[in-house]
Design a protein around this ligand. Structure first.
Ligand SMILES: [Zn+2]
Length: 648
């Protein structure tokens, strides 16, 4: 059994054997009041499904997102698919009850209890109050829905200091009065105002602030508040992985400055609702820098305003929802060149900002951007941000998928800083950062994780996109060889999926192993056009949305018509690589899966006769099938399946 804290008012319970009994569950909660009723109801559902080893979830902020198929009511919440064996009407009722449940704060006691339960069951990192405030949809976040940010920031490279404000617009989902805004130390939260009134602000932990509004706001109403801040922001230690501000030099004594903050959080440099689940519908980003320097942020440049104090302000505007780690500033004495791409949705503007000394190299290397867009529109559908354009912006670190302003620091060479991550040679045919980071425009910026525990939704698909780019331009076998080649860096030490609710990502295997999982699933689907329609369908049906990984899993299962539940469990939530155990005797192949999750039943292609591969349907029980290979040693598992085989 594995108990995982999702956030302070929701709880994910995952179990195989022994089944956690309803009574045991209720005892753990140890609270009986009106609100507890919702938990009890949920635990009933939980107990019903328990025998099958499903996961159940107690409350989710999007509990109203349910659907009905296959005689089940299905709810996607917090990284799990919860099946309700009750009619649609009662399912709806339950969801409403659960929303009510969300408003209670008593669950914080429950949080502490389960947190320790988790520690006792598995060796997991210890999380702090700061992690929960950062990584969960707290009650102070849940009641309001972001609609717009107007971020103003003045940057002084000489002092490595910043100051500014953020006007935060939101819609009230249900009545609330206290609102959480995040800003990381050492930046100073100066003040907050709404409708001309200064608001009371209380710091929570290191990096969160609870702002008390003058009165409770009613459901459906729209408001804005402004917060001011200043200080010396955290300097990036190893951008983009350990981010913050990179204060560098362009080699000619001019500032070369950039932000990166995935995982760490956008609140490392600007005050915001620092959780991935909620995105503004649009955002204005105004950045003031010394004259002589250009700032490049996301979306389109609407204008430049000059000031008497030797500075000027670049007004950028993003007309689409944007994930907050995608928002960025890049400052240098940039030179600019432009191009266009005739794509599926019309003419897309391409803008490139590079250091003047790299202009000629950039003009050559950035030609790959069009090849990238061409390949990815084929596989994934239209570029998701035509309105905001596409940009490549040179930065003093390797690169990042900043939405509509992909940042680039791959030194104008092919491969990953000149290296082929696959060891096949195909990885040197193209520029890793242009391809990988642009792949994220679909999987990361268009479809964004709601919780960083599901970061595989970004990185597994971006890794896979490298193979698809290779396939589009160099052929199917080249793409497959590239993906197989990246297996060499898989570690299988920790699961790909992280821990929900505490801003915790899973293992780095989310890149090559996740890519190989998708490549394996493509083999199971065994229909290239259907597979492509699933990839395009994901980007259409989850257009500009934040999602849990479970929604992506369910979508692929539903649209492929294949039973992939155990495949996802195996590769995302388990570190073992399945072994096909086999014997060949007297013209018969005996086979089964081992080293796998319970009930693992993935079909796989093997050589049953000379010169071809056929599907077999192994389970963990022995099966047999006719095999006409003249020589036992010729037996092979089709290499595009990421599995092992062992003759016993
Ligand atoms: Zn990536």
């Amino acid at each position: 059994m594995h108990i995982c804290l999702v956030n302070c008012y929701s709880l994910e319970i995952e179990f195989n054997r022994p089944v956690l009994h309803r009574d045991a569950f209720e005892n753990m909660l140890d609270e009986r009041d009106t609100e507890t009723q919702a938990r009890v109801e949920c635990s009933v559902v939980f107990a019903k499904n328990g025998g099958d080893g499903y996961r159940a979830l107690l409350y989710g902020d999007e509990a109203q997102e349910y659907e009905h198929y296959d005689n089940w009511n299905v709810i996607h919440i917090h990284g799990v698919v919860v099946k309700f064996d009750i009619d649609r009407q009662s399912s709806k009722y339950l969801c409403q009850k659960l929303l009510f449940f969300m408003t209670t704060v008593k669950i914080l006691r429950c949080f502490a209890l389960l947190f320790f339960a988790q520690l006792s069951l598995a060796q997991t990192p210890v999380f702090t109050q700061d992690d929960t405030l950062r990584g969960s949809i707290t009650p102070q976040r849940a009641w309001w829905d972001l609609s717009f940010y107007r971020l103003n920031v003045k940057i002084n490279p000489a002092e490595k200091s910043i100051s500014g404000s953020n006007e935060i617009h939101y819609k009230v989902l249900f009545p609330g009065k206290v609102l959480q805004i995040d800003l990381q130390t050492p930046l100073r939260f100066e003040r907050a105002e709404q409708d001309g009134h200064a608001l009371a602000v209380t710091q929570q932990g290191q990096n969160a602030y609870f702002i008390e509004l003058t009165k409770e706001q009613s459901k459906g109403s729209q408001h804005s508040l402004t917060v001011w801040y200043s200080g010396i922001p955290r300097e990036a230690r190893n951008a983009p992985w350990d981010g913050g501000f990179s204060w560098k030099d362009d080699g000619n004594g001019q500032p070369f400055v950039a932000t990166s903050c995935q995982g760490l959080g956008a609140s490392v440099w600007w005050p915001c609702k620092d959780h991935a689940y909620d995105e503004p519908d649009s955002q204005a980003i105004s950045v003031t820098v010394p004259m002589g320097l250009t700032n490049v942020s996301n979306g389109r440049l609407r204008g430049v305003r000059e000031h008497d104090d030797g500075t000027h302000t670049f007004d950028w505007f993003v007309t689409n929802p944007i994930n907050n780690y995608g928002v960025n500033v890049n400052i240098a004495p940039y030179t600019h060149f432009a191009d266009t791409f005739q794509g599926e949705k019309g003419l897309l503007s391409l803008d490139y900002y590079v250091l003047p000394k790299n202009l000629e190299k950039a003009k050559l290397q950035f030609q790959q951007a069009k090849l990238t867009l061409q390949a990815f529109e084929h596989w994934f559908g239209p570029y998701p941000f035509y309105e905001d354009g596409y940009k490549l912006v040179e930065v003093p670190y390797l690169g990042m998928e900043h939405q509509s302003s992909v940042t680039y620091g791959n030194r104008y060479v092919n491969g990953y800083l000149g290296q082929d991550l696959s060891g096949t040679g195909w990885g040197l045919k193209w520029d890793f950062i242009i391809i990988h980071e642009s792949g994220h425009e679909w999987f990361a910026n268009n479809i964004t994780y709601r919780d960083i525990a599901d970061m595989w939704v970004h990185e597994s698909f971006a890794n896979y996109s490298e193979g698809l780019y290779t396939e589009y331009h160099f052929g199917k076998e080249a793409g497959a060889a590239y993906i197989r080649g990246t297996r060499s860096s898989i570690e299988n030490r920790r699961p790909i999926v992280g821990i929900y609710g505490v801003n915790s990502r899973g293992s780095g295997d989310m890149y090559p192993k996740g890519g190989n999982m998708l490549h394996t699933i493509r083999q199971i689907v065994d229909d290239d056009e259907k597979w492509r329609s699933i990839l395009r369908g994901l980007n259409r049906d989850f257009y500009h949305q934040t999602v849990y990984g479970s929604q992506i899993e369910a979508y692929i299962i539903r649209n492929s018509g294949k039973k992939l539940e155990k495949v996802f469990d195996q590769y995302l939530r388990n570190t073992a690589i399945p072994i096909l155990e086999y014997q060949i005797t007297k013209g018969k192949l005996k086979y089964r899966w081992s080293n796998c999750v319970e009930g693992f039943d993935m079909p796989v292609k093997v050589s049953l006769s000379p010169g071809k591969f056929d599907f077999i349907y192994p389970t963990t029980k022995w099966k047999s099938i006719r095999c006409t290979l003249p020589n036992k040693d010729d037996f092979q598992v089709e290499e595009n399946f990421y599995v092992k085989a062992m003759r016993i």
